[in-house]
Design a protein around this ligand. Structure first.
Ligand SMILES: [Zn+2]
Length: 314
């Protein structure tokens, strides 16, 4: 199979849809006519473009937007920028000015009493999804969170969830925080109940990688990033990821994938979760993973940007 053709087909089909679309729909739509595929050859979906699902807006850096744009132009990167509510207008305007460098995502607290109105405000400003959802007071599948997912589902949005172990912000003050509420397997129920969502788990469920991989395998609208400590922790044993993402080429054990990619690693997307000075290091960590696990070049391109470019119509 010509994977490059398949990728272009994926991008072309994705480009005809009004909002972000789940991968299941992409898989269903691959039979559509491909006459406009030449339009896919724009700089923003160049095969070498990196799309970073996981960049937090840095409220401490007053030059953050210009610093981000400078870096993004230098390394050919599109940032999914996870934006706190007070900065929503600033980032919306930056995204209009630099559409190749910035894709706006809204950072909300799922437990906030006005979370639904915040989500609607983000949507009205052209935001493309929510993230990083984290530090929840109840498990992700709690009924009180479902209206947020329902609304996001109507929008056809991408949601980025923290999964797995979470840092401790304070050791001398009580915190209502627990990692188990953010376990990767909760994403399965969200993805199934809300099939127009694209559900992305940050950190691949660290340390429950096996659950993360299996949930991704059976759910075409679930992906994971490998940001955080995992690629450092596993740096001397990266080949172990082949045991977790085991179903490459075994069609009967997978569901629809972007570009019909046969590699199990297609369920990963790039995310750095690093400061602007740390993104290139995470890129090199992903490259090391690809080498250790013999990830095909076409799949590498999809992980580093092609999959998200298709979903987000970049
Ligand atoms: Zn996180």
């Amino acid at each position: 199979m010509g994977s490059r053709i398949s990728r272009r087909r994926f991008l072309t089909v994705a480009g005809g849809v009004a909002t972000a679309i789940p991968l299941g729909s992409v898989g269903d739509a691959t039979g559509e006519q491909l006459g406009s595929q030449e339009h896919a050859a724009t700089p923003s979906n160049h095969p070498d473009r990196i799309v970073d699902m996981h960049i937090h807006f840095d409220e401490k850096n007053s030059n953050f937007i210009s610093d981000l744009v400078t870096l993004a132009q230098r390394i050919n990167l599109t940032a999914c920028l996870l934006t706190p509510y007070p900065h929503r207008v600033q980032v919306a305007e930056a995204a209009k000015q630099y559409p190749t460098q910035i894709v706006p995502f809204g950072f909300v607290d799922l437990d906030a009493s006005d979370v639904l109105s915040q989500v609607k405000d983000f949507h009205a400003l052209g935001y493309r999804g929510l993230g990083e959802l984290e530090f929840v007071k109840k498990p992700y599948v709690d009924a009180s969170y479902l209206p947020v997912y329902e609304l996001a589902n109507q929008y056809g949005w991408v949601l980025l969830f923290h999964t797995g172990i979470v840092l401790r912000r304070s050791v001398d003050q009580p915190e209502n925080v627990a990692s188990y509420r953010m376990r990767a397997f909760h994403l399965e129920e969200i993805a199934r109940r809300f099939p127009k969502l694209t559900v992305i788990g940050a950190h691949c469920g660290n340390p429950e990688y096996e659950w993360a991989a299996e949930v991704a395998r059976w759910n075409p609208n679930v992906f994971f990033d490998l940001s955080g400590s995992t690629l450092t922790k596993m740096s001397a044993r990266l080949e172990e990821f082949k045991k977790l993402f085991w179903w490459s080429g075994q069609g009967e054990w997978k569901t629809a994938t972007p570009a019909n990619d046969e590699s199990a690693f297609i369920k990963l997307v790039f995310g750095s979760d690093a400061g602007l000075d740390g993104i290139e290091h995470v890129v090199s960590q992903y490259r090391s993973l690809f080498k250790s696990c013999d990830v095909p070049p076409s799949t590498q391109q999809m992980i580093m940007g092609g999959t998200l470019a298709g979903i987000l119509r970049l």
